[in-house]
Ligand binder design. Structure first.
Ligand code: TPP
Ligand code: MG
Length: 556
């Protein structure tokens, strides 16, 4: 029987989320979450209603990365939950704290068409799943879900049968203290002096040092310490892809280390005799699978150093510490006047070299993607937020070295395409005062193109740059290198400007680059979201593909 006066469980659950500090929730509604979501909105939470559950979760991932808070999404039971299965592994691998409010099928029915055993689906992705089946304990369970997400830095999905959500509230009047009030806040870990002495000895014996900073270095605020260390030792600086821009204005930064290393960077990394990885998990791609610095010893400075990462023995020397404190202590322990590798001539080469100088034949009417990125790098304001997606084209748009790390986001840990538009929405929600620029491929954008409607409806200020080669370029280039027919990966240049207009956004096709600066100014003044479609040649092959997939057969 309905009780219209008494609070219901979903009312209390909405309050429990609000007192966890949730101010934005990415949602797609159904029977099993809509009452709760309506109450959450009523409590003042900013709801972003997307068109696919995957996009709700992916947007929450970007939101969590940008705000360093817990990202929140909600889906209905059954088909709402199964849609999460591609985003969750990426969130797990990227160590993103998320809480997902998921409905579950009602307990009272003997049969329900959307019923599925949700827990094993979710736990198979590496996320945690909690069934909340005791209404009186649910606020504590929500608090614990936030605690777990924060402490373990991973997604936690709470599944709540919707008949239980609908019941009158019979639990305690007061909510438990929220997670952020009871979470331990340990201070950054200083290094042990013995480890510092050993690391200093290693550094003193090296002549060509590269400091490789990861996202952990950025999060620990270790950027300045790394620069000081590099200045004292004459070292060069590099970052992983997600930490791009941490040294954006340092003349001795060779750019990204890994699959996206520019030409000059590859040359210098190959000469290194010591790589110092700071706040960096040493993922497979960061060192080009061990190929990029064949002569170098490896010292890892990290709160959780490892010997083996992603199937490879990575670091033989370790300094356990907070990234900033570790680098500062190491710098202080070094004598002045170590042999510097860096020279003014190197800085000039780093500044003046193209990321990739290979020549290709580009057919008239098409663009070289490298020129597109060079033009945008010059034209786009430095304080706009940059979001990078995946695909073959991601090599090209990785090459924008002038942009600071705090304005950059990419999450690539599961290697899935189709996330760019969601990540851009998450960043736009996290930084509503900023303009967001998404760089995406045509295939990736097409995978969740329905979200253009969400962007328009919520008035999100996003410029989508499509590097459109009319194909799944990654597959095309690999198939070509094998001498295989590429037909199944070629789609032709679809009209993204027309598609954008159909969704109520501005759209434009670029056949040349003469107007890019003017277009950027017009876009900035318009206040509208837009899709810019750059038709590029599929003949321009990235260095990564050329290295990993050299042509086996001439295809002509
Ligand atoms: C969800 C998912 N499906 C398929 C793939 C395989 N895949 C990797 S790159 C790619 C092509 C992406 O095309 P596009 O976005 O146009 O970028 P391009 O490679 O053409 O530059 C595909 C299909 C994937 N990584 N993720
Ligand atoms: Mg493409």
């Amino acid at each position: 029987m309905k009780d219209d006066v008494k609070a219901r469980v979903y009312d209390i659950l909405a309050k429990a989320f609000m007192q966890e500090g949730v101010r934005t929730c990415f949602a797609l509604l159904g029977d099993a979450n809509m009452n709760w979501a309506a109450r959450l909105a009523g409590e003042g939470c900013h709801m972003i209603y997307v068109r696919h559950e995957h996009c709700a979760l992916a947007a929450a991932m970007a939101y969590a990365r940008k705000t360093r808070e817990v990202g929140v999404a909600t889906v209905t039971c059954g088909p709402g939950v199964t849609q999460l299965i591609t985003a969750l592994p990426a969130a797990v691998r990227a160590h993103l704290p998320l809480v997902v409010f998921a409905g579950e099928a009602p307990l009272k029915s003997g049969w329900y068409n959307q019923e599925i055993d949700q827990a094993p689906l979710i736990t198979a992705t590496g996320a945690a799943y909690h069934r909340l089946h005791m209404p009186e304990r649910m606020p504590v369970a929500i608090r614990d879900a936030f605690l777990q997400a924060r402490r373990e830095r991973r997604p936690v999905v709470v599944g709540i049968p919707f008949d239980l959500q609908d019941r009158p509230w019979n639990g305690p009047a007061d909510l438990p203290k929220p997670s952020h009030q009871i979470l331990p806040r340990p201070s950054p870990i200083p290094p042990h002096p013995d480890d510092v002495a050993k690391a200093a000895q290693l550094v003193s014996g090296a002549e060509r040092i590269v400091v490789l900073a990861g996202l952990g270095a950025a999060e620990a605020g270790a950027g300045a310490a790394c620069r000081q260390f590099a200045a004292k030792t004459g070292a060069l600086l590099a970052t992983t892809l997600p930490a791009r821009g941490l040294f954006h204005d340092d003349p001795f930064c060779i750019g990204i280390s890994g699959s996206y290393t520019p030409e000059v960077g590859i040359e210098y990394l190959a000469q290194a005799d010591l790589v110092i990885a700071v706040g960096c998990s040493l993922a497979y791609h960061a060192g080009g699978g061990g190929q990029l610095w064949p002569k170098a010893k490896m010292l890892q400075i990290d709160v959780d150093p490892v010997a083996v990462s992603q199937g490879q023995v990575v670091a033989g020397h370790h300094l356990r510490a907070d990234a900033r404190l570790g680098v500062e202590a190491l710098t202080a322990a070094l004598p002045k006047g170590t042999k510097p590798w860096r020279t003014d001539a190197m800085a000039a080469r780093i500044r003046d070299s193209k990321p990739d100088s290979m020549k290709f034949d580009v057919a008239p009417g098409l663009l070289d993607p490298r020129d597109v990125i060079e033009a945008l790098e010059k034209a786009l304001p430095g304080d706009w937020e940059m979001v990078n997606s995946g695909g073959h084209c991601s090599w090209f748009f990785a090459q924008m070295p002038s942009r600071p790390q705090e304005n950059f986001l990419t999450i690539r840990e599961f290697g899935a395409i189709g996330n760019g538009i969601s990540f851009a929405m998450g960043v736009a929600a996290a930084r509503p005062d900023r303009t967001v620029v998404l760089f995406d491929g045509d295939g990736s954008l097409m995978m969740h193109v329905q979200e253009l409607e969400t962007i328009r409806r919520h008035g999100l200020r996003i410029l989508i740059v499509v590097i459109n080669d009319g194909a799944y370029g990654s597959e095309v280039h690999k198939l070509r290198s094998e001498g295989m027919p590429e037909g199944g990966s070629v789609f032709g240049y679809c009209d993204f400007a027309g598609i954008a207009k159909g969704f109520g956004l501005a759209g434009r096709t670029f056949k040349d680059l003469a107007d890019v600066s003017k277009a950027v100014k017009e876009f900035g003044a318009s206040g509208r979201a837009a899709v810019w479609d750059f038709h590029v040649s599929d003949k321009v092959t990235s260095p990564t593909i050329r290295r990993a997939h050299p042509a086996k057969t001439k295809t002509g």
